[in-house]
Design a protein around this ligand. Sequence first.
Ligand code: CDP
Ligand code: CDP
Length: 204
Amino acid sequence: MALTIAVDGPAASGKGTISKALAAHFAFAHLDTGLLYRAVGAQLLQGADPLEAARSLRAEDIDADALRNSAVAQAASKVAAIPEVRQALLDFQRAFARRAGGAVLDGRDIGTVICPEAEVKLYVTASDEVRAERRYLELSAKGQDVTPEGVLEDLQARDKRDSERATAPLKAAEDAILLDTSELSIDDAVARCVAAVDAVRNAG
Ligand code: CDP
Ligand code: CDP
């Protein structure tokens, strides 16, 4: 059964890791929608008009590694508050979600705006401290010049902006399954999500 799985949550909550693992487990396609906003944010940093950048974005031009840093993340969160930018990225995400083979999308508004009809919705959280520690380890392992305090500030500033914006704010859909991963290993978090998806598949 081809399903759409929507995975939302704040920065560095583990939604990307979980989504990738779910996609591999069920042989579904995976779209990290944060990369779309990061790609537009990176263009803003280079002086481009964000709306033009969103309208002309080509998925094959997105270089995930180059986009995973705090400056681009902040710029992403700024362009993500522009309703026209979100609108310009909507059709691509919706078309991806309707793939025949099943799809996992992760972001902020997948369960609420992009795919309100998704068969499975997960909302992944973890405490600020745990998220900052994980992201710090990830970025410093890549050789980036980050501090634990700086990473925590980046996450909190983005979460605030993402939650308070008027259009498609970060929030759990009413029918989302909530998963706090603060005390969970990646394997345990993934196992719970696989079980949640299996429950829906078996019921359907
Ligand atoms: O996609 P999102 O920003 O929500 O987070 P992520 O990139 O999946 O996870 C951030 C970091 O936390 C990665 O380095 C993961 O390996 C790690 N992580 C973890 O240590 N424990 C978990 N339960 C989930 C993720
Ligand atoms: O991996 P992490 O959670 O740190 O960030 P991301 O998922 O790559 O998203 C970067 C930024 O893009 C977020 O802070 C949001 O402002 C924005 N975003 C959004 O508004 N809606 C989405 N569906 C995904 C990302």
